[in-house]
Design a protein around this ligand. Structure first.
Ligand code: C5P
Length: 231
């Protein structure tokens, strides 16, 4: 399982994302396409970026009844993405259906990663609005275990949780970790951050890095710095 840096391409148009990727010339970084870009440009943006030779994490966080998720995952799989995700809150019935939908006739499939509790949900809201009374760290770990037991490949989590996820779910269970910042960088709206080197140390498998690369004066140099520290 190779460690890699995934660039969060949080742009709102094809034009903006291509202007950004053009800077990389011969390099083909792994990129994350999120809802904003996907909803603005549709599936063709995935095909076009794939044609350029990039690996793609399609971050659409599916959550619906098992049959709907299964059929939707089959569509995403045919787009030839390398990684996609869903909400573990959809339960194991939805997660196993998702895996079935993703699996191509030849048995291959993209990696499937679960979102546990969104980092924007805090313990107070979880208790008061969702009526979940366990400590949030336990909820995150339980959802991670549900994902592993359903056959998924890993979870999106904070780099601070990567070590414990590996302890509870096994070292081969992937941790895909946003919230990465350079030691001398601006943390922006992220609260709990880690440097690429610290994320490597704690055992993250993939780091997802957005603004420290996309908003850098020299995005290629910032990307290379991440790769050098992390890979
Ligand atoms: O710009 P920045 O490095 O903060 O971008 C991180 C990316 O990871 C964004 O696309 C953000 O939506 C995503 N993400 C996150 N925290 C999570 C899940 C996803 O920052 N818990």
């Amino acid at each position: 399982m190779g460690k890699d840096v995934i660039i969060a391409c949080d742009f709102s148009s094809a034009e903006a994302v291509f202007a950004f990727l053009d800077k990389f010339e011969g390099k083909k970084p792994f990129v994350k396409i999120g809802m904003e870009l996907f909803y603005a440009e549709g599936p063709s943006i995935v095909r076009k970026i794939k044609e350029r030779g990039h690996k793609i994490f399609l971050d659409l966080k599916l959550h619906d009844i098992p049959n709907t998720v299964k059929k939707s995952m089959a569509v995403l799989s045919s787009l030839d993405v390398d990684m996609c995700n869903l909400h573990a809150a959809g339960t194991s019935a939805m997660m196993t259906a998702a895996l079935e939908g993703l699996t191509r006739p030849d048995g291959s499939r993209p990696l499937l990663i679960a979102v546990t509790q969104l980092t924007s949900t805090d313990e107070e809201r979880m208790r008061n609005e969702l009526l979940i009374n366990e400590p949030i760290a336990e909820v995150v770990m339980k959802y991670a275990e549900n994902a592993r037991n359903s056959g998924l490949d890993g979870v999106v989590c904070s780099p601070l949780e990567a070590g414990i996820v590996h302890e509870r779910c096994g070292k081969d269970f992937l941790t895909v970790t946003p919230g990465v910042r350079f030691a001398d960088g601006d943390i922006g709206d992220q609260k709990r951050v880690m440097t690429p080197a610290a994320a490597k140390e704690i055992g993250s498998d993939y780091i997802v890095v957005g603004r420290p690369i996309t908003a850098a004066t020299d995005p290629v140099a910032a990307y290379e710095k991440c790769v050098k520290e992390f890979c």
